[in-house]
Design a protein around this ligand. Structure first.
Ligand SMILES: [Zn+2]
Length: 286
C-alpha cells in the first residue's frame, strides 16, 4: 500500500480508503479525496499524483533539515500546456501568506528557480523573507534571475551549487534596459528623441533609484554600509547585461553569505517538473 493519499498527499492512517480507479487499486485518506480524484480528467489526475509526490519529498526535506520548506519554481508543469511562467502577484500573495503562517522562530528553506518577473511581486516576497525572524535560506539549484535574485539576496543565507547563478537587478522598462534609456538624452539632441522615449527615460531613472534603495535596505543587515551601497549600485546600475550570470564565487567576493551544496531532495523534487520550455532568463520582464 502506498504511504500517502493519491489525491492530497496526506500520510495514510489505518483507515485508508481503497478504490479501484482506471484499473488500478489506489489508496486515499478519505472518501472525499477518493471521490474528488475519480471525478478528475486525465491531466487533473497527473497533477494530483505529482503534487502528492512533491508533498512527500518536501516533508522528507523538512524533517531532515528541521525547516519549513517553501518553493518558488517556474518550470513547466507536466500537466500544463503553458511555459514555466514568471514571478506574479499571485505568487507573491501565496508565498507571503505561507511565510506569515510559519511560526516566527521556525527556519525557512525557500527553493527557488525563476527567470524573474514583476518588480512589485518580487519586492513583496523579498520583504517577507527579510522580516521573517527565523533564518531564511534561499536554495538555488540552477538559477534565480532578476526579481528572483532580489528575493534570494533578501534571505539570510544562500545555498547554491558551484554553477548556480543569480543575475543583475537593473529594471527593464518596456523591454529596454534602464541604463540605455537613462543615457539616451545625453547621446542625442532632445528635439530628435520621441516623447515616448523621453518619458521612458525618466521612468527608468526613477525605477533604478527605487530598486537601488530597496537593495540597500535588503542588504543592510548583511554588509557594512560602504560595501552594501557599492553592491547595490553594481547590481542595479545596468553595468552588466541583464542576463550576466553571477556565480557563487562572485557573490562570496561581494561579501554575501553563500554555502555550496544542494540537498539531494531538491534535485529529486526537480525531477517531478518538465525540462525545457520555461521562460529563459534573458526574456525576464525585470
Ligand atoms: Zn487525501
Amino acid at each position: 500500500m502506498s504511504e500517502r493519499c493519491v489525491y492530497c498527499g496526506m500520510r495514510l492512517e489505518e483507515r485508508a480508503v481503497r478504490a479501484r480507479i482506471d484499473g488500478e487499486t489506489l489508496f486515499f485518506c478519505s472518501q472525499r479525496c477518493a471521490v474528488l480524484y475519480k471525478a478528475m480528467g486525465p491531466k487533473g489526475k497527473v497533477k494530483a499524483r505529482i503534487q502528492s509526490e512533491r508533498i512527500e519529498i518536501i516533508e522528507r526535506l523538512e524533517a531532515k533539515r528541521g525547516t519549513r520548506v517553501l518553493t518558488l519554481v517556474h518550470r513547466r508543469e507536466p500537466w500544463a500546456e503553458g511555459e514555466g511562467g514568471l514571478i506574479t502577484i499571485e505568487d507573491s500573495e501565496a508565498l507571503v501568506a505561507q511565510i506569515r503562517r510559519t511560526p516566527p522562530e521556525k527556519p525557512i528553506d525557500l527553493i527557488m528557480h525563476t527567470p524573474g518577473g514583476i518588480v512589485l511581486a518580487a519586492e513583496m516576497i523579498a520583504m517577507a523573507v527579510k522580516k521573517h525572524p527565523g533564518q531564511v535560506t534561499a536554495i538555488v539549484p540552477f538559477y534565480a534571475m532578476s526579481g528572483g535574485s532580489m528575493i534570494a539576496l533578501a534571505a539570510h543565507e544562500l545555498q547554491m551549487d558551484q554553477e548556480s547563478i543569480l543575475g543583475p537587478l537593473d529594471p527593464q522598462i518596456d523591454g529596454f534596459p534602464s541604463r540605455s534609456l537613462i543615457t539616451l538624452p545625453a547621446r542625442k539632441p532632445v528635439e530628435v528623441i520621441s516623447d515616448q522615449m523621453l518619458v521612458l527615460s525618466e521612468m527608468a531613472q526613477r525605477s533604478v533609484d527605487q530598486v537601488k534603495e530597496f537593495v540597500k535596505w535588503i542588504l543592510e543587515d548583511k554588509l557594512p554600509p560602504k560595501d552594501r551601497d557599492a553592491v547595490a549600485v553594481f547590481l542595479t546600475g545596468g553595468y552588466l547585461s541583464h542576463d550576466t550570470p553571477i556565480v557563487p564565487r562572485v557573490l562570496k567576493e561581494l561579501g554575501l553569505n553563500v554555502k555550496e551544496g544542494i540537498p539531494d531532495e531538491v534535485y529529486e523534487l526537480f525531477r517531478t517538473y518538465e525540462f525545457g520550455t520555461c521562460a529563459r532568463p534573458q526574456c525576464a520582464a525585470y
